[in-house]
Write a protein that binds this ligand. Structure first.
Ligand code: AMP
Ligand code: SF4
Length: 446
């Protein structure tokens, strides 16, 4: 996933605004965070492993002075959790620093890494984003925008990118528009972010989404846009953003994700009705769909599991005690709501099946009479190569087991997944504008 953020403002404290923006995007990645800022003369950078609140303190934020900044919160897909992979990365472009932030995943990283290494680039980390920094450093173009355009012709895969040079911000989106990126004006400048929840927090308006293939520059004269690559006829916006990744209060394509998720839950009941005493959710990601299931069925919604708000990033090793504590550390059951009841439990997705198996066991231990599992997305049968860690095919439960076998494996009384049709009906976009590859194996970029 990853969260990316950029801001240009002559009035706001941009380091603080970037911190708030990253805070709003924390759900997109918890492994590392960083901010690069320009004062017009040079770029300063602070980054580290951990949550945004762990990486920055008052002193480090105060050390970041300037009028434009970019920020990143990382979720690793390509490349492991190392400080050297934390973003923004710095590239040397004709003697000047350019900070690079990336959300997505390239699919021709290996080949490009080899080519850049042959030409003399020494890779410091293992992330695909460093290939972008390497291509920038090796570019023969003199204008930053031209160099970015040229690298867009070489990289393949999913990318929303925000670059910071000492006098400008440049943002681009891949020609399939796989990962989101929105821009909005502030009274005193502009803000750009993965989701609009990070735009509104710094005072930006509703704004617009960058078009697939668009290249946009922000500098002291305003914004300048051009078509760097032609938008592919077949779009590829990640449907999983609608299901799970993005924050429910974010808006994509002028539609609230919360209401789309409620609709998924409504459609789920229509497709997989059941008689039960209450509907509970796997908090927080399953809650809007559980509410939709409850509304459509008339079965009361109850809080059966409470999520520990402080779970965050943990350095605890999975030893014997943790195995015993298990899922209870994160999800605290309300026994009164569960004991003796016929429960419908709704989650947004089942990937490996590990979470759902533990939750069902927990509900049984609390005395649930029946457990009916409902999932507000189709079965995940294929891996993602565009920036989401959905595991390899051999680990995907629905790729290896039939529906009946999944029911037995999870030890539930019944199970139902939302169909592709039900999902598309809720998202309300044409099928060929979306990537649905993890559900149907049809990859927009081969
Ligand atoms: P699993 O336990 O592998 O079946 O994962 C499914 C659970 O993890 C669901 O509760 C989802 O809300 C959540 N989830 C789905 N996709 C991801 C992802 N890519 N990264 C982290 N969590 C996820
Ligand atoms: Fe999103 Fe799935 Fe496509 Fe990956 S494969 S981009 S998770 S829809």
């Amino acid at each position: 996933m990853c969260g990316i953020f950029g801001i240009w403002s002559t009035k706001l404290n941009v380091a603080e605004a970037t911190y708030f923006g990253l805070f709003a995007l924390q759900h997109r990645g918890q492994e590392s965070a960083g901010i690069a800022i320009t004062d017009g003369k040079q770029i300063n950078l602070v980054k580290g492993l951990g949550l945004v609140s762990q990486v920055f303190d008052k002193d480090s934020l105060e050390s970041l002075k300037g009028f434009a900044a970019v920020g990143h919160s990382r979720y690793s897909t390509t490349g492991s959790v190392l400080k050297v992979n934390a973003q923004p990365l710095l590239a040397n472009f004709h003697g000047h620093d350019v900070a690079v932030t990336h959300n997505g995943n390239l699919i021709n990283t290996e080949q490009l890494r080899k080519e850049c290494a042959i030409k003399g680039y020494v890779f410091k980390g293992t992330s695909d984003t460093e290939v972008i920094a390497a291509l920038l450093e090796q570019s023969s173009e003199t204008e930053l925008e031209d160099a970015i355009l040229s690298l867009m012709r070489q990289i393949r895969g999913a990318y929303s990118l925000v670059f910071l040079a000492k006098d400008r911000i440049v943002a681009v989106r891949d020609p399939y528009g796989i990962r989101p990126l929105v821009i909005s004006s502030l009274g005193s400048g502009y803000v750009i972010a993965s989701e609009d929840c990070a735009v509104s927090i710094v005072g930006g308006g509703s704004g617009r989404e960058l078009l697939p293939g668009e290249l946009l520059t922000i500098d002291e004269t305003g914004t300048h846009t051009r078509t760097a690559l032609h938008q592919e006829a077949r779009g590829g916006f990640c449907s999983f953003e609608y299901i799970y990744f993005a924050r429910p209060d974010s808006i994509f394509n002028h539609k609230s994700l919360y209401s789309i998720r409620v609709k998924m839950g409504r459609n789920l009941f229509r497709e997989h009705p059941v008689e039960a005493d209450c509907v509970i959710s796997v908090p927080d990601s399953g809650t809007p769909a559980a509410i939709g299931y409850s509304k459509e069925s008339g079965i009361a919604f109850a809080e059966g599991l409470i999520k520990n708000r402080y779970i965050g990033r943990t350095f605890i090793q999975p030893d014997q005690l943790l195995r015993e504590v298990g899922v209870k550390l994160k999800l605290n059951p309300i026994v009164d709501a569960i004991a003796g009841k016929r429960i419908v439990i709704v989650d947004d997705s089942i990937v490996r099946g590990t979470t759902s198996k533990k939750i069902v066991k927990l509900l049984r231990e609390c005395g649930a009479r029946e457990v009916h599992f409902r999932v507000s997305s189709p079965m995940v049968i294929a891996p993602c190569f565009y920036g989401i860690d959905t595991a390899g095919k051999n680990e995907l439960i629905a790729s290896n087991l039939s529906l009946e076998e999944i029911r037995d494996e999870l030890k539930v009384d019944s199970i139902g997944f939302l169909s592709l049709k039900g999902l598309l009906n809720a998202i309300h976009l044409p099928k060929d504008s979306l990537c649905l590859a993890c559900f149907n194996g049809d990859y927009p970029i081969p």
